[in-house]
Design a protein around this ligand. Structure first.
Ligand SMILES: [Zn+2]
Length: 429
């Protein structure tokens, strides 16, 4: 039954192909699903980052506003204190004037009494003269012994009434003077009273402003703690998302490995031919270099990623002439260690990351054989050093990630000599 056997072979062949196609497409679908999931997570992360930045700005604005308000509060307090001092002085001065007015009133009263008393004496004297009859004074004058005596007596008689008159006039003048002084002081007191009323109104206004300002400060403090807690909340969410992103990368990697095994690809995931980095499309550089991690090469440099050695994009290739470094990736790239290739000082840290480099670290290695060396590590998922920090060769400085303009986890590594880009691979021969 050759025909039957042939059919059997044909059927099993079809089945095998069908199975292979099903498996492949199923895997491919899952992989694209995983990649979709990852990009969703990444865009969520980016929007969180934006929101957190906004919270940070609002928090900083609230802090600044509060500082200004506290300064204003101090200014108001100073003004209130000055007004209180002025008011105290005014009250004191008014008190003194009131005392003066009282004393003057007493003096005026005394003068009035003196005037009254003198007037009484004057009246009595006039009455006495009257009682004695015109003749009294006339007799006194007429009984003069001589003409000169007569004139003397006339003068005396006149001077008696003149004297009384002048005393009374003098007293009246004194009294007028006292009353004038009293009036001046009363005017003065009225001025002071109105000034005092003005000051009191001013103080009321200052008190009102002070209360108002305090209320604003309280409100700002409330905002401040709200924005701060929101910032913390967002940071926690970002941390969680970061873990999800890391997990998503691992799942994608695992899936790729599965597909590679199903296709019986003996090279495994090391090559990641499907391109763990979309940017690594250059044919010329996409190969594993025979680097030895931990070795100090004759150039003085150490390979920057101890667990990764796949070059997914080379230095200034035909397809990417402006690519000023090399892209390094490989299995388990996401979150793996990045080390300082040489000792030096952390020159720059892109914590929030630039659009192209993402989170990055730059290390200044100083001058070696008359040339200055700076290395750059980009697209990191985490950074473990800060600006100005001294690092040793081989020290872990960051973790591989996919921040910035990157389509998959990899390290973008640059070596700048005297400010010029050089091919990093030249230092690992
Ligand atoms: Zn690159």
């Amino acid at each position: 039954m050759r025909f039957k056997k042939q059919i059997k072979i044909l059927v099993s062949a079809i089945l095998a192909v069908a199975l292979l196609i099903t498996q492949f497409s199923a895997s491919a679908a899952t992989l694209s699903g995983l990649q979709k999931n990852l990009s969703d997570l990444q865009s969520k992360y980016k929007s969180l980052e934006v929101k957190q930045e906004q919270m940070k700005e609002q928090y900083e604005r609230a802090v600044q506003d509060k500082e200004n308000r506290l300064e204003y509060k101090n200014l108001l307090q100073e003004k209130i204190n000055a007004t209180i001092e002025q008011l105290d002085i005014l009250v004191m001065r008014i008190e003194i004037l009131d005392n003066d007015i009282e004393t003057l009133e007493e003096q005026v009263e005394k003068k009035e009494k003196e005037i009254d008393a003198n007037y009484e004496t004057y009246k009595e004297r006039v009455r006495a003269i009257y009682m004695a009859g015109e003749t009294g004074l006339l007799e006194f004058v007429l009984s003069s012994s001589s003409i000169s005596d007569f004139f003397d007596r006339m003068v005396i008689a006149k001077s008696i009434s003149d004297h009384d008159n002048s005393i009374i006039e003098g007293l009246k003048g004194d009294k007028q003077e006292l009353e004038d002084t009293k009036k001046r002081i009363e005017d003065n007191r009225r001025d002071l009273s109105s000034t005092k009323a003005e000051l009191e109104a001013k103080q009321d206004e200052l008190d009102r402003l002070y209360e108002e300002n305090n209320a604003v400060i309280k409100e700002l403090e409330k905002n401040e703690s709200y924005y701060l807690s929101e910032q913390k909340k967002k940071a926690a969410e970002m941390k969680e998302l970061n873990a999800d992103i890391e997990k998503a990368y691992k799942e994608i990697e695992k899936k790729r490995q599965e597909i590679a095994n199903q296709n019986n690809d003996p090279t495994g995931g090391g090559k990641t031919s499907s391109g763990s980095s979309g940017s690594g499309s250059s044919g010329s550089g996409s190969a594993s270099t025979k680097v030895i991690s931990g070795k100090v090469y004759s150039s003085g440099l150490m390979w920057p990623t101890p667990t990764l050695s796949t070059i997914t994009s080379g230095f200034r290739t035909k397809s990417r002439p402006n690519h000023n470094g090399v892209d390094i990736s490989g299995r388990g790239a996401y979150g793996s260690a990045i080390i300082a290739t040489m000792g030096g000082t952390v020159y720059k840290v892109g914590d929030h990351g630039s659009k192209s480099y993402g989170k990055f670290v730059m290390i200044d290695h100083g001058t070696i054989n008359g040339k200055s060396y700076v290395t750059l590590y980009a697209h990191c998922s985490a950074i473990y050093v800060s600006k100005g920090q001294t690092v040793k060769q081989g020290q872990k400085i960051a973790a591989v990630g996919s921040t910035g303009n990157s389509t998959g986890p990899h390290l973008h590594f640059e070596v700048r000599v005297n400010g010029n880009y050089t091919n990093p691979l030249n230092y690992f021969k």
